[in-house]
Design a protein around this ligand. Structure first.
Ligand code: 5GP
Ligand code: ZN
Length: 113
């Protein structure tokens, strides 16, 4: 399967990995939109949140925990941050492997573009 994030998981292409365990990986976004811009992904290939069900959604709990820890490590836990999951075409999803954007280090405007 030709999936760029699976390739990062398999170490076929390099990434600035900031966290990794058996189920989850986090790495810096190649085109950061904020001073802190980290992508947190399940290692298992799931296309989007629409692929989540009772059999595989435990990983989401883990991803939120990783997001909390990375927010603390990057000193944005108190100032605040945004977690974004773009989904599908209208959601602006460009990589079809489920990923959570952790964005922070500047004020995030609303509504998003
Ligand atoms: P999406 O638009 O699907 O929500 O987010 C995909 C994100 O993946 C984008 O922010 C993009 O910059 C990032 N990205 C795409 N290809 C790569 C890559 O090869 N390495 C890294 N580190 N990030 C990537
Ligand atoms: Zn994948």
């Amino acid at each position: 399967m030709d999936c760029v994030f699976c390739r990062i998981v398999n170490k076929e292409i390099p990434a600035a990995v900031v966290y990794e365990d058996e189920e989850v990986m986090a790495f810096k976004d190649i085109n950061p939109q904020a001073p802190v811009h980290i992508l947190i992904i399940p290692k298992q290939h799931l296309t989007s949140i629409m692929d989540l069900d009772d059999s595989n959604s435990d990983v989401v709990k883990k991803i939120i925990k990783v997001a909390q820890n990375l927010a603390r490590e990057n000193n944005i836990d108190k100032k605040g941050f945004r977690v974004v999951v773009n989904t599908g075409n209208d959601g602006g999803q460009t990589v079809h492997h489920l990923h959570f954007h952790l964005l922070g280090g500047r004020f995030m405007t609303w509504p998003p573009g």
